[in-house]
Design a protein around this ligand. Structure first.
Ligand code: RP5
Length: 169
């Protein structure tokens, strides 16, 4: 995206990209400009810290961190910025994401990371959550969020109506 990014989506490894794609789809739909990076709390700690330190001055408003295993990425980023940080726990073997969930959700008091659903649903939810933060000061994003919710409600109602017809056959 060429427009100045409002959201940064960081993943600990390119292997997390499948989950991250769910977030990018939402940002594309909502026309929210983003930047996407691979940076690791353990493998590239200096780059991650530097990115977090500069993010606010670059115009970033929310940072999403997707990571698996000993998932310290969100914590390391949150330690270096006061921007809101959202973590997506990525499931992996042998603990199926409980490891990443606990690493993210058990931040010590003083350095918060907001954690969303683990795995692919978390990709989508992280972006919707970021959009709701941006919507506090952006009426267009607020309107898009309301449209999204209304469309989602209509889809479920249509599915229910279809089911009732099928059951009557
Ligand atoms: C974490 O370790 C990454 O976020 C990824 O989920 C996990 C495994 O990384 P790779 O071995 O696939 O690079 O840092």
């Amino acid at each position: 995206m060429s427009e100045k990014a409002q959201v940064a989506v960081i993943m600990g490894s390119k292997s997390d990209f499948d989950t991250v794609k769910g977030a990018l789809g939402v940002f594309d739909d909502f026309q929210i400009p983003y930047t996407v990076r691979v940076m690791s709390a353990h493998r590239t700690p200096d780059a991650a810290a530097e990115f977090a330190e500069k993010a606010e001055a670059e115009g970033i408003k929310v940072i999403i961190c997707a990571a698996g295993m000993a998932a310290h990425l969100g914590g390391v980023i949150a330690a270096k910025t006061t921007l809101p940080v959202i973590g997506i726990p990525i499931p992996s073997e042998p603990f199926k994401g409980v490891d990443a969930l606990l690493a993210m959700v058990q931040m010590p008091p003083g350095i918060p990371v907001g954690v969303v659903t683990a795995g692919k649903a978390g990709g989508k939810n992280s972006a919707l959550y970021a959009a709701s933060i941006l919507a506090l000061s952006d009426a267009k994003i607020a309107a898009k969020l309301k449209e999204f919710r209304a469309a989602q409600t209509a889809m479920v109602e249509a599915a229910d109506a279809e089911l009732q017809i099928e059951l009557q056959k």
